[in-house]
Design a protein around this ligand. Structure first.
Ligand code: C2O
Ligand code: CU
Ligand code: CU
Length: 581
């Protein structure tokens, strides 16, 4: 297969194509179809694509915080896929990771309560070995979350007029102008699309305009700026608004990240301003820079041949037209109050090392990149995290390329990057952090609230999709170890017995509890249901020191959540179990 190396699809003089603005859908029920299609990016040439109810990308789903939403995805691809709610805090079973496949000609119906702050989230496929392919073919869409706090601010919010979502993506094309998803050619991502539009312009009113930026590329970071070098204002990042607008002239955005910005176009009717990628200022080590790698050259295949690397080019041309009837004309002084998690409340700190090491024998730029020396294994749960744990994750990147680390389920606060407090626009709520190369570090704090599930894990991974696909991913389950209502656990003395395991869990209909007793004790082992009702007593009486294995046969009990409750006269241990019939 021949790949287009020399084409650089960015315009020099005037942009040709009107920006596609994905239609917005409101309400609580969304019915969507995942489909194959085609786009005429070049006159008379049809490029095969995939989209959600549209030829490329998908509608913007507008959701209100606190509302229950119900989404139906009808998969009309020839292929199995999944749809993940990137950034949203949803139950694991509806998170849409690799554990929730949607086979062809079937529908998937996630439903959840919207719990996020007003923010810009997105949805995209996440199937093992297919994420990169399906995203590259065009499946991705925005979710705009609204809340009461945001509604009180004087911000532009007329969708498609002064509030415009923008997803930047680069793809590889072959000589027939078809999208190449084979990962060996991913370094030739010379084809730039903004909202699925090549060479795009958009008309915007002469006032303050809000753009919701998403980097939806597989690998490339962009360094956003304006061609007139004017300042713009960052008002929000991945998971919500900031305390106040932050004035910048350049803004680095790595794969998976979002930033909301305001651009001041007051009194500019008739003028043109371009949103640029200032690639010449991207630091070495970040995909998109002129050079990635410590030894002067780059070992990413084709990287040096890609004309986009290290260069400045237009992402979108803004053609400024008349002011609307109710324009926002000033930048607000303040936004919301962000209450970050407090490091004093930390229950657990975890460390993750990104390999291979910089100069080691395997210090190549092509990986395989891994966490803690382990490739991703869908059958291994890397962490069991107690519900409501506050945790600090410390990330150390031993490799030569920067990795955008992303975690599902939660939003976090970045505490440090390379040992320093992050710039203000990176404070607040984030779900992606770009970890610098060459022993760079990042540290964040988060809390695992609301949702626990012993069977469906959440993922964490590098959002360079080719790295994710080749094993730079892990998974965790959030477990609720709290005892059911009506049981007090007061004591903190060391236990005289230990609940070792309940296996299998989930189970049907038999599960076995194994526990050890240290000294002669009066022990009881009971099963309690979710309401605290006693289901059965399996053990009750004097126990000699030793290890015990006790079965519970739940043939006659309904599916659901139960607790194994093991206690001595004054101590208790519980384990949540799930009967799935
Ligand atoms: Cu945007 Cu796990 O993904
Ligand atoms: Cu995600
Ligand atoms: Cu990576």
């Amino acid at each position: 297969m021949k790949i287009l190396t020399q084409l650089i699809f960015v315009n020099i003089i005037i942009s040709q194509n009107q920006l596609i603005i994905p239609p917005a859908l409101n309400g609580n029920n969304f019915e969507l179809t995942i489909q194959e299609s085609e786009m005429e990016f070049f006159p008379g040439i049809f490029t095969q694509t995939m989209g959600v109810s549209f030829p490329i990308l998908g509608p913007t789903l507008i959701m209100e915080k606190g509302e229950d939403v119900n989404i139906t995805f009808d998969n009309q691809l020839q292929d199995t896929t999944t749809i993940h709610w990137h950034g949203m805090h949803v139950p694991a079973e509806f998170d849409g990771g690799p554990h929730t496949p949607i086979p062809p000609n079937t529908t998937w119906n996630p439903h959840f309560t919207v719990k996020d702050h007003a923010s810009t989230m997105w949805y995209h496929p996440h199937l093992m070995h297919k994420t990169n392919e399906h995203v590259q073919m065009g499946i991705a869409g925005f979710v705009i979350v609204k809340d009461e706090e945001e509604a009180l601010l004087d911000l532009p919010r007329e969708y498609g007029v002064d509030d415009i979502p923008l997803v930047f993506q680069t793809k590889t094309l072959d000589e027939n102008f078809q999208i190449v998803t084979n990962m060996d050619s991913s370094g030739l991502d010379t084809f730039l699309l903004t909202n699925g539009t090549r060479d795009a312009f958009v008309e915007v009113p002469a006032q303050i305009v809000r753009f919701r930026l998403l980097n939806g590329s597989s690998e490339r970071s962009f360094n956003i700026g304006l061609d007139n070098n004017a300042n713009f204002y960052v008002i929000g990042n991945d998971g919500g608004l900031l305390n106040e607008p932050i004035e910048l002239t350049e803004l680095l955005i790595s794969p998976g990240e979002r930033y909301e910005i305001l651009i001041d176009l007051n009194n500019m009717v008739g003028e043109t301003v371009s949103i640029m990628n200032i690639g010449s200022h991207i630091p070495n080590g970040i995909y998109g820079a002129e050079i990635v790698g410590g030894m002067g050259g780059s070992s990413i295949p084709y990287y040096a041949d890609n004309p986009l690397n290290g260069s400045d080019f237009i992402l979108l041309e803004l053609v400024v037209t008349n002011t609307t009837s109710t324009p926002i004309t000033s930048i607000p002084e303040t936004l919301v109050v962000v209450n970050q998690w407090n490091p004093e409340d930390v229950d657990e700190t975890r460390a993750i090392l990104f390999s291979p090491v910089v100069m080691g024998p395997n210090g190549a730029l092509n990986g395989p990149f891994q966490f803690n020396g382990q490739p991703f294994d869908i059958n291994v749960v890397n962490y069991e995290i107690p519900l409501n744990n506050v945790e600090i994750w410390e990330l150390t990147n031993q490799s030569q390329i920067a990795h955008p680390f992303h975690i599902h389920d939660v939003q976090f606060n970045i505490l440090e990057i390379n040992g320093e407090i992050p710039p203000v626009h990176m404070q607040g709520w984030k779900d992606v952090v770009l970890v610098p190369p060459q022993n760079g570090t990042a540290k964040f704090i988060t809390k695992f609230e609301d949702y626990s599930d012993t069977s469906v894990p959440y993922m964490y991974h590098c959002h360079i999709l080719t790295h994710e696909e080749t094993g730079m991913m892990g998974q965790f389950i959030v477990v609720d170890n709290s005892p059911p209502a009506g049981i007090d656990v007061e004591n903190t003395e060391p236990l005289n017995f230990k609940l070792n395991s309940v296996y299998p869990n989930p189970f049907n209909p038999v599960t076995t509890t194994t526990y050890s007793v240290e000294r002669k004790e009066t022990m009881s082992l009971q099963i309690i249901d979710i309401t605290g009702r006693l289901v059965t007593t399996l053990v009750n009486g004097q126990s000699e020191p030793g290890i015990y294995s006790i079965e519970w046969n739940a043939t006659h009990d309904p599916s659901g959540v139960y607790f194994v409750v093991l206690r001595s006269e004054n101590q208790i241990q519980t384990q949540k179990i799930i009967l799935m019939k």
